[in-house]
Design a protein around this ligand. Sequence first.
Ligand SMILES: [Zn+2]
Length: 188
Amino acid sequence: MINFKRGLNPLTPEEEKKLGEWWEEKYSKSKKSSDWSWKGKGKIIQSALLKCNNDHCAYCDCHLLKDDRGFEIDHFKPKTTFLLDAFTYSNLFPCCRECNKRGNKYDTLLLKPDETNFQFEEYFRYDSRTGKILPNELKSVENQKRAEITIKIFNLNSGSKPLNRFNAIKKEVAYNTPFDERPYRYGY
Ligand SMILES: [Zn+2]
């Protein structure tokens, strides 16, 4: 997870509001997340989000997002709890299928990549021996706690993630690829 610089919102404030109200009404009645639809706006939102983060997952930072990894749109505040924010651009992030498995898990201490002044090093460190992302022990207890919660909710060290990261970063050291095109933008 590195700082996310959000580009222009492809929706107008009126569209965000109207679509959020559509979802609130629909979900409040049925309580079924399968009723969800992007109402024809999925493609323009996805393309805006992928472009501003150069096809990286906003959470684990894997690159590039494509079919085998998925290129999904995540609701930072889950759409089944924060109904009116379902189409709010600042609540949406591009992410890989693995990170999107968090479902509706959320915590107010969860780190948001587009938070002002958010920096990877202020919260995390990359462990080059294991490929894991760990809370940065040199930072405050509060920062470490937020890092710990974020790692847990987005499953940043689950399954094959640490090994994939370890292999990709090790290999990348020899290549010197432009920063935004690296498989992960930390750990070098
Ligand atoms: Zn991811």
